[in-house]
Ligand binder design. Structure first.
Ligand SMILES: Nc1ncnc2c1ncn2[C@@H]1O[C@H](COP(=O)(O)OP(=O)(O)O)[C@@H](O)[C@H]1O
Ligand SMILES: [Mg+2]
Length: 244
């Protein structure tokens, strides 16, 4: 068996006296589509922040692609191939849609001394990412001209431009219509088919169930379930956590 892409061991995070994450163990295999659910405040975004280096966990270890990442800064983890999209999209508002992809793309290319791209190659790459998320026709628009679902797609394309091995999508679908949700799920599955491991954090259960090959449940900073999605949602402890 090959090593997992992501290995989380006994991860703990406190905010003052409040325990936000309590000894999380989690392995994610290369190429997997993992759903992560839990009530509001259960620690999902805190876990993402600890994985990506935005927050520092006090206990535990994280290995990514065989490399211990404890102590690495967020941008160093990005260069190793970890990417995330934010719950609230964070585009560069003064740049066009295409330029919004140029920034992470150049950042990634420049960090790899063995690669260099010509101006036209960079242009091509940007358009490839826009095609991937079906935003090609919006290349010259400003972020403010995008609809909500287009903004979510731009956010995912920006994460993709960093050429990740792992993409963590933190509530990319909140506030979208049912057909828009299906659209984003299909997009995430397309990205997964390109070889990217994906962790989807989501409240919309139809999306979670159609996307996930495995489902993990957090409640009050603890992992209470991890397994086959159909089994996990029928787990009495999971039902209790959701029904209160
Ligand atoms: N920077 C912070 N400072 C203090 N408390 C925080 C901070 N970030 C999150 N929390 C608290 O940690 C808990 C988990 O939050 P979060 O990870 O955002 O939950 P989720 O994403 O599952 O809704 C919540 O009680 C939240 O109020
Ligand atoms: Mg959250």
């Amino acid at each position: 068996m090959t090593d997992p892409l992501l290995q989380v061991e006994n991860l703990g995070k406190r905010f003052g006296g409040f325990v936000a994450l309590d000894g999380i163990n989690l392995d994610v295999a290369n190429g997997e589509r993992l759903g992560l659910i839990g009530p509001n405040g259960s620690g999902k975004s805190t876990l993402v922040n600890c994985l990506c280096g935005t927050l520092h966990n006090e206990t535990g270890a994280v290995r990514f692609n065989g490399t211990p990442v404890n102590g690495l800064l967020a941008h160093q983890r990005t260069h190793l191939g970890m990417a995330r999209s934010f719950q609230l999209p964070r585009p560069f508002h003064t740049l066009t849609v295409a330029e919004n992809l140029r920034v992470p793309l150049l950042y990634t290319v420049n960090a790899r001394p063995d690669t260099s791209l010509s101006e036209s190659e960079i242009e091509d790459r940007c358009h490839e990412f826009l095609r991937l998320v079906s935003l090609e026709h919006k290349a010259r628009k400003m972020p403010r001209d995008l609809t909500q679902v287009e903004m979510r797609k731009l956010e995912l394309a920006r994460a993709m431009a960093a050429d990740p091995k792992l993409l963590i999508a933190d509530e990319s679908m909140a506030g979208l219509s049912q057909s828009e949700v299906k659209d984003i799920v299909a997009l995430l599955i397309r990205l997964n088919e390109r070889g990217i491991t994906i962790i989807l954090i989501e409240h919309i259960m139809s999306a979670v169930m159609s996307f996930s090959q495995r489902l993990v449940v957090l409640v009050s900073g603890k992992k209470i379930a991890d397994g086959n999605p159909d089994d996990v949602i029928r787990d009495p402890e999971v039902e209790r956590a959701y029904l209160g």
